[in-house]
Every structure is written in structure tokens, then in C-alpha cells.
Design a protein around this ligand. Structure first.
Ligand code: PTT
Ligand code: SF4
Length: 493
């Protein structure tokens, strides 16, 4: 079957073995790629293991369109047994590593075992090496990207963890290209547990396709159509931040640890406020509707702000200035911490402090206190010792009634949509395969525009339909789903 590079690359860090396997026809037909491949491999090969043990495996999995000259095709899935939830976990990340992996001849990379000392995997086409990363250990994801580019050249793909992943913080993720982030359910911690600092990929081959000329034509048409969409210009201005104002107006903006749904200072944080401080835009490879909003934070550093990150590091902790949100966002990217869980953890600590359940004082909207807590989370010291495993575990330690306002499902912190008055969205969080992530069924916009408060069968069916499209189709193809709802494309099948 064309469209696939055709091989799985397997690297065992315990004994240094590298092997290459063919992907069977059956696997491609039944599981497509991305999440489909990853779930199948984990199902077959990993059971009953501690997520941070040598026996767990981490899968870097692309889809059949990854790396082709088509819109939205620069993404991949990173999956493993999650240290945050104890179940299946994955994240979707836009990265040149996805494109290069396919050009190097692989659809999937499986990493197993554990290296005795810090290492990174360097793949260049057929050549695969496990290299020393002792000089990178302790470095931020930005520094690691810089160092690896100096060593291997700029034309590479890098997936790196920061100190949070090294120290196995429950919500450590993986960062690429100084701002693309993926793997909310602790995929960075799994890499850290394997002493794997980074994966570097360079591929120079061609991805086999059935009709290359037609593919190029289709790609050209697709890019053109995106640019012609009515919402394109607005999307380019605000990206995912276009939803902020809507959330505030509809009372689903996470505010004061999800106690409220609107924020009195929302105008200082919304998409229009963002336009006032935006200095650049970046995003995933092969995309012509790049949505990464770059601003200068309060410390004059560049940082990329997307809606979820602003929602959780803004109103959820009562931070009322985008440039302050930027400081926390930048720290999360450098250390490799998921911004959604981080915002929820900070909100949890603020509420615990207010209720007198912890000795430390951490006030709503206190930037310096948040910076200190982030340092502590990464080192698992002070308040970090309580919160590094996420809010579910923190509530067990803090006690009182904190379980009632520890905002998670299955141990994963809730994304930036308050669902107190949106039962369909609550159902979608509750039934997502990885915990409370909006990606599998973002039913909330449909719900609010139809029959918001009902508990109808139609709503349940809508959640299931979305789970199949978003969690099933998009995550297995690994293509970006944002052209669909956000820029208004239909799905025809
Ligand atoms: C995703 C989650 C999101 S979803 C955001 S903002 W969003 C947060 N971004 C973070 C960040 O940045 N830095 C950081 N340290 N942590 C972060 N954690 C949060 O991670 C992202 C875009 C976005 S921006 C969204 S909605 C869409 N998500 C897609 C998806 O899930 N699947 C898919 N097929 N297409 C998607 N397109 C969009 O991608 P996780 P990215 Mg991400 C700085 O991975 O674990 O699912 O968490 O990938 O390349 O950064 O693109 O308003
Ligand atoms: Fe990446 Fe944004 Fe483009 Fe999607 S729209 S591919 S998330 S840059």
C-alpha cells in the first residue's frame, strides 16, 4: 500500500539494540497510523507495567499523510502508558521530526528499555545511533534544541524534554522547535524515566505515493482553498485565541480554579489584547495557516501563546496581563511542562492556600509566587513535592474537601473549557480515552448553539460522533484538525 514509509524502527535503550520491522498490510488497513498504530502496539506489547519503569515503551507515530506536500500534515502522535493517569496516554505535536521520520523511511519509532546514562537517539536515514546526552541533561528544551542544531545542522527534527521530564514530573511533556508542545499525560516523564533527553531525526528520502503529480496538484488546491476561506484573515490574526472572547461571553472560561466562568479582566487577555502585543507567528511544518502567536513576555523573551495556555495560566489563576501569562508559558516551554495541567495545579494551590489547607501563602494572580512554584515543581521540592503528580494526587495529600475542587478526570487536569453548565462537554471529558482533554470531543460549541442545558440522547450521540472523528480519524491520520471547525472546512467520507 502506497503512502506509508513502510517500516517501524525499534530502539532498545537497555542493550542498545536497533531493529527495523515491516508494517503489515493488516495493520495499515485496520489502524491507519498515529494513535491507531500506537494503541495497537501498546496493547500488544505493554501490560501491567509501571509507567516509569524500564518495561514501559514510548511510541512516536506518524500518519499516512505526514510529511507529504499537503496542508496540516506536519504532525505526529507521542504515546505511552501515562504516569499521570496510569492508562493510555498520548499527545499530538507539530514538528519537523514527524516529517523527517517519514523521509528517513519510518512511520513509527518505538523506544523501549532504559539507558544507564542520559542519551539521545540520532536517526539519519538508515543510520541510527544512541549518543551521549550528559552535557544536555539539566538543560532547557530551548538550549537542547540549540545544541543539537549546532551538532547536527539546522535541517533536523528535534523532540526534547526539559528538566521537568528528566525529574519525571507527572505532567512533563515534549517540546519541539522552541514552542510546539505535545504529550500532556506525562510523555516527557516517560522519556525522562528512560534517560532519553531527545530524539533527533534527519531524513533525505522520498515518501512513496501512488500518484505524485496528482498529489502535488491536490496540495496546491488545498493550500489555495485554505487561504480563500472567509475566516482565514481573522485566524491568522488570533489563531486559537479567537475562542477566548466566546468562552468568556458564554461563561465557560476557566476562572479562579474553575469556580467561575467569566473573568473581570478578560479584555486584557482576549484575542484582541493578544493582537496588541503579538510580534510574530509560527507553527507546524507544511502549514499555511500557522497559528502560533508569538509575543514578548514581561521579561522581554519571545513566547508562543495558544488559547488553552492563556485560559489556564490567565483567568484560572487570576493572572490579568498577557505578558505575565507569557512569562509562565515560556517557563513551561523551557522546562517542558504542560501548560494546562500547570495552570490547574497553580489554581489548586491558590485555592488550598485561600482555604488554609496548606501553610504556604500563594495569592491569586501573584506572578512571583507562581514562578517560585514552577521552579519547585521541576525540582519536586517545597510545594512541588505536593503537586508534581497533578491535582488528583495533591488532593490525597492536602486532604479536607480538596477532592471536590481538584479539577481532573482520571488524574488528567481539565482543559480550558468550564463545563459546569455544559453537560455534553462534561460527558466528553469524562469519556475521553486519556483523561480530561478537549481534543477527543470538543462538543461545547455545538452544545451551546443548540440545547445547552439538556441531557438529551442527541447530545450523547454527538459526543460519540466527535470522538470518532477527532480522536479516531484525526489522531490516526495525525493531521491537524484546525482547518475543519476553526477555518470552516467540511469532512466528507
Ligand atoms: C495539547 C495542549 C494544547 S491544545 C495547548 S494549546 W491548544 C497547550 N500548549 C502548550 C504549549 O504551547 N506549551 C507547553 N509547554 N504546554 C502546552 N500544553 C498544551 O498542550 C497545538 C495545536 C493546538 S494549540 C490545538 S488546540 C490543536 N490540537 C490538535 C490535536 O490535539 N490533534 C490534532 N490532530 N490536531 C490538533 N491541532 C491543534 O494543535 P497535547 P502543537 Mg499539542 C506552546 O499535544 O498533548 O494533545 O496537548 O501540538 O504542535 O503545539 O499544536 O489551544
Ligand atoms: Fe500547526 Fe496551527 Fe497549522 Fe494546525 S493550524 S498545523 S496547529 S500551525
Amino acid at each position: 500500500m502506497e503512502g506509508y514509509a513502510g517500516k517501524i524502527l525499534r530502539v532498545n535503550l537497555s542493550d542498545g539494540r536497533v531493529s527495523k520491522e515491516k508494517i503489515s498490510e493488516e495493520m495499515r488497513e485496520k489502524f491507519l497510523g498515529g494513535r491507531g498504530f500506537a494503541a495497537k502496539i501498546l496493547w500488544d506489547e505493554v501490560s501491567g507495567v509501571d509507567p516509569l519503569s524500564e518495561e514501559n515503551k514510548i511510541i512516536f507515530s506518524t500518519g499516512p499523510l505526514t510529511g507529504l506536500p499537503l496542508p496540516s500534515s506536519g504532525k505526529m502522535v507521542i504515546a505511552s502508558k501515562s504516569p499521570l493517569t496510569g492508562g493510555y496516554g498520548d499527545g499530538n505535536i507539530g514538528s519537523m521530526a514527524a516529517v523527517h521520520l517519514r523521509r528517513a523511511g519510518y512511520d513509527v519509532l518505538i523506544v523501549e528499555g532504559r539507558s544507564e546514562t542520559p542519551c539521545y537517539i540520532a536517526i539519519q536515514d538508515e543510520e541510527v545511533k544512541i549518543l551521549d546526552a550528559r552535557d544536555l541533561w539539566g538543560r532547557t528544551t530551548f538550549e537542547s534544541q540549540d545544541t543539537l542544531e549546532t551538532k547536527h545542522g539546522k535541517n533536523i527534527g528535534v523532540l526534547a524534554i526539559g528538566p521537568a521530564g528528566e525529574n519525571m514530573v507527572g505532567f512533563a511533556n515534549v517540546i519541539s522547535q522552541r514552542g510546539r508542545a505535545g504529550g500532556r499525560p506525562g510523555m516527557g516523564a516517560v522519556m525522562g524515566s528512560k534517560n532519553l533527553k531527545a530524539v533527533v531525526v534527519k531524513g533525505t528520502g522520498k515518501i512513496p505515493v501512488f500518484d505524485e503529480e496528482r498529489l502535488r496538484e491536490m496540495g496546491k488546491e488545498g493550500y489555495g482553498e485554505i487561504k480563500g476561506k472567509e475566516n482565514y484573515d481573522f485566524w491568522i490574526r488570533q489563531g486559537t485565541m479567537q475562542v477566548f472572547e466566546w468562552c468568556d461571553e458564554n461563561s465557560c472560561l476557566p476562572t479562579y480554579n474553575f469556580r467561575e466562568g467569566t473573568f473581570q479582566f478578560s479584555k486584557r487577555l482576549d484575542g484582541y489584547a493578544l493582537e496588541g502585543v503579538k510580534v510574530d507567528r509560527k507553527g507546524c511544518p507544511l502549514c499555511n495557516m500557522q497559528c502560533g502567536n508569538i509575543i514578548k513576555d514581561l521579561e522581554n523573551k519571545n513566547t508562543e501563546l495558544d488559547y488553552e495556555s492563556v485560559g489556564m495560566l490567565g483567568p484560572n489563576i487570576a493572572m490579568d496581563d498577557l505578558r505575565k501569562v507569557g512569562v509562565l508559558n515560556r517557563m513551561a516551554d523551557e522546562y517542558g511542562l504542560d501548560t494546562i495541567s500547570l495552570g490547574s495545579c497553580l489554581g489548586f494551590l491558590m485555592e488550598a492556600s485561600e482555604r488554609g489547607l496548606i501553610d504556604a501563602r500563594i495569592a491569586w494572580g501573584d506572578l512571583d509566587a507562581c514562578k517560585k512554584v514552577i521552579e519547585e515543581i521541576v525540582k519536586k521540592k517545597g510545594l512541588g513535592e505536593i503537586i508534581f503528580g497533578g491535582v488528583r494526587k495533591a488532593a490525597e495529600r492536602v486532604g479536607g474537601d480538596s477532592r471536590d475542587w481538584a479539577m481532573h478526570v482520571k488524574g488528567m487536569e481539565i482543559s480550558a473549557y468550564d463545563c459546569h453548565a455544559c453537560p455534553g462537554m462534561a460527558l466528553s471529558y469524562g469519556t475521553s480515552p486519556i483523561g480530561a482533554h478537549h481534543k477527543d470531543a470538543w462538543v461545547i460549541s455545538w452544545e451551546i448553539s443548540t440545547d445547552r442545558f439538556s441531557y438529551s440522547r442527541e447530545k450523547v450521540e454527538k459526543v460519540i460522533e466527535l470522538q470518532r472523528l477527532r480522536g479516531g480519524l484525526f489522531e490516526s491520520m495525525t493531521t491537524c484538525r484546525l482547518p475543519w471547525i476553526e477555518v470552516n472546512f467540511g469532512i466528507h467520507w
